[in-house]
Structure formats: C-alpha cells, structure tokens
Design a protein around this ligand. Sequence first.
Ligand SMILES: [Zn+2]
Length: 146
Amino acid sequence: MVEWHRLLWFPQAIPRQRFITWLAFRNKLSTGSRMRQWGMTQACPLCGEPNETRDHLYNTLIQYGTCSARALSPLDSMLSKLAFQATIYWIWKERNGRCHDQPRRTPMHLAHVIHKEISNKLLSLGDDAAEVNERLLRWNEVATLH
Ligand SMILES: [Zn+2]
C-alpha cells in the first residue's frame, strides 16, 4: 500500500469519513472476519458472501486510490481524495444499515448522496466566490451522474 496517509490527511477532509477510511486502511472495521474472532458470524450484508473481510469490501477501491493520486492538479487531487473517503464511508454506512434492516439504497442512490455531500463540502470551503465556483464546476465535470 503506497503512501496511503496522503489519502487521509488533507485539510478539506470530512472528519467522520477520514476516520472510517483510517479504520479501513488499518483493517480495524468490524467486518465479518473480525466478528468471527469474537465468536459471531457475519456474512457480507451487501452481497451475502459468507467470508466478509475488509478486502472483500474495499480491495479494488484501495488499490485504485493508492495508484491514482499521482499527477493530478491540486484541485483534482482534493476532489479525488474527497470522493475516495466518501465512497469508503458510504459503503460502510450502507453495509451497517443492512445489518440493522434499514431500507436499502441502490448504488446510484449512494452516488447521488456522495455527489451532493461533496458539493456541500465545496460550498462550505469559504474562499472567494470565484474559487468556490471553479471547484463546483470541476466537480460537476468529473463526477457527472447519468
Ligand atoms: Zn459483499
């Protein structure tokens, strides 16, 4: 895992998302494999895979995140890190919701939630209006939902 701390520690990160991402990197989330150590069974609530592990939930995402953060502009780098942490966070939240029989959200619904949350975050970064606008335009450009 290459320099994953760069994906965690940046000033615009959303603290609860950074925390869940930190737990995921450290493999400290309470997935099925950790529950089994405590004598409980927990299949993956998203797909039913009996052996739920951190890597089952996130392996592709973490590989992608640690390989793709290079050679981006500062703005794109920030946007990709926000999207990375938000994706880890919302997959975890959806997974926990299904453990507790809450209504299921589709991947597209989650994508919309993430899109909206990052848009709100960009609005809250109180720089001058032109800068906020530039960030929002870029976010809408790179994260178009169909
Ligand atoms: Zn699964």
